[in-house]
Design a protein around this ligand. Structure first.
Ligand SMILES: [Zn+2]
Length: 230
């Protein structure tokens, strides 16, 4: 479905990303103080799988729930960051939501619980993982959102969107908006909508392990570009 429009350019970008990642790892390892955790780099990424529990998020054309896919992507993304030596904290690691037993007013409690986990982790960045839906089923590809007025989040979002667009051939722009968690926390944060469940082909593709790994690798590459632009 996606058109790889400029293979040489993408290869060059990937080579640059690998070199940048190696340099970053060496730099951060050299400046890291000893600690009890297993990460190699003193840099924490919170990975927030959107929805969960009674909040399934959007539903795909084949009935797949966004909350389940978000969790799979979040775990894959966390593994990639851990392999890169980063410290990873998840807001949820199960299918359940974070709102407790009572369901009344669950959404705000769920959001507040995520905010608390993030504040406790004192992260450098937060990546919230979601799946998208749109009235026109022809729309495809990852789309990144950030809190309007937050330049740090916009910079992270722009770098991620650029990497995604190089991959898909799309010209999507990162979009500002008002999002509870992004608004309430102080570090750079983005919402990554990994693809459109409203497009039957992309909905099926998003459920394959290969595509999941590909998208998560692009998220990681986008963060590498961001780190070198700051
Ligand atoms: Zn969502």
């Amino acid at each position: 479905m996606f058109v790889v429009c400029n293979a040489k350019k993408i290869t060059a970008v990937l080579i640059v990303l690998i070199v940048l990642q190696l340099a970053l790892t060496l730099y951060l390892c050299a400046t890291r103080l000893p600690s009890a955790d297993t990460s190699l780099i003193d840099f924490t990424v919170v990975i927030d799988a959107g929805h969960g529990g009674i909040d399934g998020g959007v539903v795909g054309s084949d009935g797949v729930k966004e909350s389940a896919l978000n969790l799979q992507y979040a775990k894959q993304l966390g593994e990639i960051f851990q392999l890169g030596g980063f410290n990873v904290v998840y807001t949820r690691k199960t299918d359940g939501g974070l709102y407790g037993l009572a369901t009344k007013g669950f959404k705000l409690r769920d959001m507040q619980a995520r905010k608390q986990i993030i504040e406790n982790a004192r992260p450098n960045i937060v990546i919230s993982v979601h799946m998208n839906k749109f009235a026109q089923s022809s729309r495809t590809g990852p789309q990144v959102f950030y809190q309007s007025g937050r330049q740090d989040g916009k910079l992270l979002a722009d770098n991620l969107q650029q990497v995604f667009n190089d991959f898909t051939g799309n010209s999507h722009q990162a979009i500002g908006g008002d999002f509870y968690v992004c608004r309430e926390i102080s570090c750079p944060s983005v919402i990554v909508e990994c693809g459109f469940l409203s497009n039957p082909q992309e909905c099926a593709l998003l459920q394959t392990p290969e595509y999941r790994k590909q998208i998560c690798n692009y998220i990681y590459n986008g963060v590498m570009l961001y780190l070198y632009s700051t």
